[in-house]
Design a protein around this ligand. Structure first.
Ligand SMILES: [Zn+2]
Length: 399
């Protein structure tokens, strides 16, 4: 068959263009269906993982031409696409995140540099109503973020069954800005100083987020004591990460946290983050910093104490817009948290079990006891000097 090579009329050219457009439309329609299926799958996952809901809206309009879609050009420079089979392997979904959500979530970093900017009250539960019999609370109004309540109950139930102690008292957890101001003023009055290294500046305490709590001790005979995390209570430091909690102000990180060693102050960040932070001996500031090196292409893979594998990565906020389009691994349940500074941390559940990984870094050689400006030992957490620095501290004055 010979090919006609007569010059095309204007009508023929228009007709060819129309057919081409039609093919493109048909292709887009097919892609929309694919995207819709994937989006439906992700939506289902989001429902199954309530932490992911409420802060995520999915924009189906951005679904089909996101990162990871395999593209090729034909001889005319037009984009042609690989088959569906080929693209699904590398298909990334996107979610649209409201940039206000930078200030929400389990991984928000609240410190002297980053104030708490959100309103926590909506998700605060009263521990008195939610707690188990394994511990007590200092008042009817002690509250925590909903996400942290069940992990706290589980941790202290297990602590009780392992050690026989049911004398832990949650003396303080969620605080309003006003309450933080009161504590701050009281500490300045106590010390006569202009600033406090013990109580965080009002607006800058993670207690205001509802993700932090302070332990004290309340014994059956009605007496009380300070919680110093030693002896049987060291079980908490050894296992808190299994429940998503970290010791927030370690003795060897005070130069970074700007808060002195607080044996009693724990922060909920969720698994697997707590496991990685506690195992590798870093503080939350360092973790949030490290995550900035991890994109969806090179995530931080964490295997937690159950052997569950996660991919964790950072997505900078598109600050010139009101929303950020964040890439997701298709078909994996995920949670999103703001970092309270400039972006989002996405945790994808890889839904597979792996062998346990040790993130423990080699212990630095202790060349002698040195203390920082807060009077804390910076080379060893377990030294006597640390304990003695905490025994004189009242549990009311806290980060
Ligand atoms: Zn505290």
């Amino acid at each position: 068959m010979t090919k006609k090579s007569t010059p095309k009329t204007k009508k023929q050219i228009n007709e060819a263009a129309r057919r081409k457009k039609k093919r493109k439309r048909a292709f887009r329609k097919a892609m929309d269906v694919t995207a819709a299926v994937l989006i439906f799958g992700l939506f289902g996952a989001a429902v199954a993982y309530p932490l992911a809901t409420g802060m995520i809206s999915i924009n189906p309009m951005t679904g089909q031409e996101t990162l990871g879609t395999v593209k090729e050009t034909d001889e005319n420079g037009e984009f042609i696409f690989e088959t569906t089979e080929a693209t699904t392997e590398t298909f990334y979904e996107t979610v649209t995140i409201d940039n206000k959500d930078i200030y929400k979530g389990e991984l928000i970093l609240v410190n002297a540099d980053y104030p708490f900017e959100s309103a926590a009250d909506a998700n605060i539960l009263t521990l008195f109503e939610e707690k188990t019999d394994s511990y007590s609370v200092s008042g009817m109004d002690v509250g925590m973020q909903e996400a942290a309540v069940e992990p706290l109950n589980n941790m202290l139930d297990d602590f009780y069954s392992e050690t026989g102690h049911n004398d832990i008292l949650v003396i303080d957890a969620f605080r309003t800005l006003e309450k933080q101001q009161e504590l701050y003023d009281a500490d300045l009055e106590r010390t006569g100083l202009d600033t406090s290294t013990l109580v965080a500046l009002p607006g800058h305490s993670e207690h205001e987020s509802g993700y932090a709590l302070d332990f004290s001790l309340f014994f059956p005979d009605g007496s009380s004591g300070d919680y110093d995390g030693t002896g049987d209570y060291n079980w908490i430091d050894e296992h808190c990460a299994d429940y998503g909690f970290i010791l927030r102000y370690p003795a060897d990180k005070t130069e970074i946290t700007k808060i002195q060693y607080e044996a009693w102050h724990y922060r909920y960040v969720g698994k697997p983050h707590a496991y990685y932070i506690m195992q590798s001996g870093i503080c939350l500031e360092e973790y949030i910093d490290q995550l900035k090196e991890h994109t969806i292409e090179s995530p931080l893979e964490i295997v937690d104490s159950d052997g569950s594998a996660y991919a964790v990565y950072y997505v900078p906020a598109e600050t010139d817009k009101t929303v950020t389009y964040a890439p997701l691994l298709a078909d994996h349940p995920y949670t999103i948290s703001g970092n309270n500074a400039d972006g989002f941390i996405i945790t994808a559940d890889l839904q597979e079990k792996r062998e346990l990984v040790s993130y423990t870094k080699p212990v630095e050689e202790v060349t002698g006891i040195t203390t920082d400006e807060y009077g804390n030992v910076v080379t060893s957490k377990t030294s006597d000097a640390v304990s003695s620095s905490t025994t004189t501290t009242t549990v009311y004055a806290v980060g």
